[in-house]
Design a protein around this ligand. Structure first.
Ligand SMILES: [Zn+2]
Length: 216
């Protein structure tokens, strides 16, 4: 297998896992991978991601020219990430139900309340929420642009975007997001969120600093 075939196989496997974990419904979601500025692999529009095959992939370039196939209509936000984040190689967009529900129940929330869960601070740090913008438009690219120092971004009333240096980093980040959102929801339903102490939070951020930008 050449490099692009291996990447397609990794994306197919990640898409199946995300579908199995209920992070995608029907034809929702899209995954892309930047091989270079002239060759960005992206999943197609109108295809359930659990049925994805190698021949379904479209190819676009960094300027949104379609070179082959039928790329996802949400590709503008993927391209925004590749333009602004030189380290980004893979972008995963999905519709994680509990993460989205937080933005509907608490429309003024600016980030997921991460200071309740030790593992979330270590693995991801802050998880901001981008204000609502119409999916598939340049308004969506503008909404995420100020938040791109973070590799996990919740899109209010829509979904989430995760980017990474590998397919595994970006898709694990999506799983981590929904898992954390679910823990927080259960705590909220059971009696309310409680935060770690200021000292504990500081200790955890020190560990996070040593890890760097990556989501683990
Ligand atoms: Zn979407």
């Amino acid at each position: 297998m050449n490099n692009s075939e291996t990447i397609k196989q990794n994306i197919i496997q990640s898409a199946k896992q995300l579908y199995a974990k209920n992070l995608l419904a029907a034809c929702d979601g899209n995954i892309s991978y930047k091989i270079n500025n002239d060759t960005i692999l992206i999943t197609p529009t109108n295809k359930p991601k659990n049925l994805l095959t190698e021949k379904d992939f479209a190819i676009i370039d960094i300027n949104n020219n379609v070179l082959s196939g039928n790329p996802s209509s949400e590709r503008i936000m993927h391209l925004e990430i590749y333009k602004k984040c030189p380290k980004a190689r893979c972008v995963v967009h999905a519709h994680p139900p509990t993460a989205i529900a937080w933005t509907i129940a608490f429309p003024d929330l600016k980030e997921l309340p991460n200071e309740c869960i030790s593992e979330l601070i270590i693995a991801a740090g802050h998880i901001p929420i981008a204000p609502y913008a119409l999916p598939g438009t340049s308004a969506m690219a503008s909404a995420i642009e100020p938040l791109l120092t973070h590799r996990i971004i919740i899109l209010a009333r829509h979904g989430a975007l995760c980017w990474g240096e590998t397919v595994t980093e970006a898709s694990h980040a999506m799983e981590r997001l929904e898992h954390s959102a679910e823990i927080l929801m259960r705590a909220h339903l059971l009696g309310g969120l409680t935060k770690l102490s200021a000292e504990q939070i500081q200790e955890l951020y020190k560990i996070r600093e040593r890890i760097g930008d990556k989501v683990i």
